[in-house]
Structure formats: C-alpha cells, structure tokens
Design a protein around this ligand. Structure first.
Ligand SMILES: Nc1ncnc2c1ncn2[C@@H]1O[C@H](COP(=O)(O)OP(=O)(O)OP(=O)(O)O)[C@@H](O)[C@H]1O
Ligand SMILES: [Mg+2]
Length: 211
C-alpha cells in the first residue's frame, strides 16, 4: 500500500479537489483507493455523501487515529491511500506527512500563495519526505505561472511538470460528487488529472525503490 498526502496550510488551493480526482484516477487504473479526510470541515466526506458511486471509500477521522486507519486500509487490501489535509493546522500536516510516501503541495500561482507555501515546505523538509509543488488555478495566460515556477524553484522545491488550470469543470464535478474525469472525460481538466496521476505514480514508486 502506498500513501499520497495532499497538503497545504493555505486554504482553498485545491487539496480536496486533487485528493478526490487522484483517488478516482487510481480506481480507474484498476487500483483500490481510499481517501482519508483529515479536515474538520470534512469536504471530501461531503463530496462522498453526494457521490452516486461506492468507490473510493472516504473516512473522516481525527489525525490521532491516522496510524490505526492506515492499518485498517492495508488490511482491507487498499493499494493507494490519499490523505486530504486541512488548511492552517500544522499538526495535521505534520502527522499526514509523517506517513506519506509522497506529498503533493498544491499552490495557487499568485505570489502571496507561493510565499505561504513555505510553512508546508518546512514540515516536509523536516521529515525528509519526497514531495512536489503542483501549481493550481493556473490562468490560461499571463506572467503569473512563470513567476510562480521561478519562486518555487528559488525555494529549492521541485515543481510538478503538470499544472492544473483554473477551470469551471473542477468546481462543477466536485459539487456533483464526481471527479473531473468522470464529469467531462474528454475535457482539458480530465487530461490534466490523468497526467498528474501518471506523474504521482512514477514518483511514489521511484521513491519506494530508492528507499
Ligand atoms: N483548478 C481549479 N479550477 C477551478 N476551481 C477549482 C479548481 N480546484 C478547485 N476548485 C474549486 O475551488 C474550491 C476550493 O477547492 P478545494 O476545496 O479543493 O480546496 P482546498 O485546498 O481543499 O480547500 P480547504 O483548505 O478549505 O480544504 C472548490 O469549490 C473547488 O471546486
Ligand atoms: Mg479541502
């Protein structure tokens, strides 16, 4: 079993959206996926409540129960656990990062958000975890993306080669309890998620081999 954590102490950067879409991508690739929702706002669990499909399983828990829940997932034959983190809470990010094989840190391209990302970076570095920063809400054009890539690189962090555009389909899919690749399979957002899943899978298994 592998554990992917989606973490950022910044709110509204796309953590839950990426967690749900990547867990569904794993299911579509024939894996058994589960989402562990560590956010007291329980957004991923609400997504599951409106979802018409039984998979992936979503469990809303307190961070202190994470080791026991991971063991339960492993015992149940889960291939990939996706942990959806919570904004602000440093202890939640720390606990999730501790158990993760790989961490994605979603960041909006606005410079302010890139700066606030450093709090999460500090945690993953302290724990020596494998991670990448993934740019989200990327506008169709403008200088922001190039500036953000440069700012992240200057922090010495790896930038994920796949970026996630600012697209209504993400919002609409989320509201309907779907992943974007279910909502609009041929759309550009679905394509971004497929490529992000591919990149994430490569990183997770490479890190496992290197360990
Ligand atoms: N790439 C995107 N383009 C447009 N809308 C998006 C995108 N990603 C997420 N959204 C929408 O933006 C809102 C915030 O996204 P999401 O809930 O995934 O962020 P979050 O980081 O989990 O927030 P929180 O910190 O509150 O948990 C949601 O309504 C979601 O549907
Ligand atoms: Mg969330």
């Amino acid at each position: 079993m592998k554990v992917l954590a989606i973490l950022s102490q910044k709110g509204g950067v796309g953590k839950t959206t990426l967690a749900t879409c990547l867990a569904v991508a794993a299911e579509q690739a024939g894996k058994v996926a589960a989402i562990i929702d560590l956010d007291p706002q329980a957004t991923a669990s609400f997504w599951k409540d409106v979802r018409q499909i039984d998979t992936p399983a979503v469990a809303s828990i307190q961070p202190v129960r994470l080791p026991a829940m991971l063991k339960a997932c492993e015992d149940a034959g889960t291939d990939l656990v996706v942990i959806d983190g919570a904004a602000v809470a440093r202890d939640v990010a720390y606990e999730a990062a501790r158990h993760a094989d790989f961490i994605l840190i979603p960041t909006k391209t606005a410079v302010f958000d890139t700066m606030s990302m450093t709090h999460t970076l500090d945690i993953v570095r302290q724990l020596d975890r494998a991670f990448a920063v993934v740019l989200t809400f990327v506008p169709p054009q403008g200088q922001e993306t190039a500036d953000a890539i440069k700012a992240v690189a200057e922090l010495g962090a790896t930038v994920c080669p796949v970026t996630i555009g600012s697209r209504k389909a993400f919002f609409r899919a989320q509201a309907a309890g779907q992943a974007v690749q279910e909502f609009e399979p041929q759309g550009p957002a679905a394509d971004e998620i497929r490529r992000l899943y591919e990149y994430t899978t490569i990183r997770i298994y490479n890190e496992a081999e290197a360990a």
